[in-house]
Design a protein around this ligand. Structure first.
Ligand SMILES: CC(C)(COP(=O)(O)OP(=O)(O)OC[C@H]1O[C@@H](n2cnc3c(N)ncnc32)[C@H](O)[C@@H]1OP(=O)(O)O)[C@@H](O)C(=O)NCCC(=O)NCCS
Length: 162
């Protein structure tokens, strides 16, 4: 059974660290490169409130909303760290997390969401299918573990017009 709920990261630091390390090892463009130590991964997660996906009670996925703090952007947030454990992928958990993060954003009055992802990744086509609009491509935005530059696609989604 899949459950998606809001969690304080401090209650799940070890599981979240394992999730981040698994994603880094899978070659995902998530800001970190392998090898990623457990300590660094734990430090990253401290002090946040995120959505966790639990499959039969086990944490297997996450997504985070970074609320824009600027006074002229109270309607905006960035979706970050959409992660699903490799062993749990392909079962609709990523899609369910994205639907849930939209609901959460709306609850918070955030109606314009942005995100970016590595060009060519599975996530890119998933976002298009979920109704996200491409704003553009930034070439050579990140480096891979092999040291090559990779392009990033920036997406946005308007949940409702103010
Ligand atoms: C992107 C990610 C979160 C998707 O998680 P997931 O739970 O496997 O996603 P889902 O099972 O909901 O599948 C999403 C879509 O991808 C498709 N898909 C899933 N696995 C696939 C595979 N191996 N090959 C082709 N398509 C696949 C599904 O059919 C689904 O398509 P749909 O939207 O038309 O239904 C996951 O691959 C991941 O954690 N990747 C590493 C981290 C990352 O790249 N995050 C995004 C960075 S912004």
């Amino acid at each position: 059974m899949l459950e998606i709920r809001r969690i304080s990261t401090g209650d799940h630091l070890d599981d979240l660290a394992r999730l981040l390390i698994d994603a880094a090892e899978s070659g995902a463009s998530i800001g970190f490169l392998p090898p990623l130590s457990h300590e660094v991964a734990v430090d990253f997660w401290r002090g946040r409130e995120i959505l966790g996906a639990f499959l039969d009670g086990r944490l297997v996925g996450s997504v985070q909303l970074e609320l824009a703090w600027k006074p002229n952007a109270p309607h905006r947030a960035e979706v970050q760290k959409l992660l699903v454990l490799r062993s749990a992928r392909g079962q609709g958990i990523g899609r369910a997390l994205m639907n849930a993060v939209e609901d959460w954003a709306l609850e918070l009055g955030r109606t314009l969401l942005v995100l970016d992802t590595k060009r060519g990744d599975l996530a890119e086509s998933m976002y298009r299918r979920l109704g996200w609009t491409e704003a553009g491509v930034i070439p050579r935005f990140c480096r891979s573990a092999a040291g090559e530059f990779e392009d990033t696609v920036v997406f946005y989604k308007e949940l409702a017009r103010a």
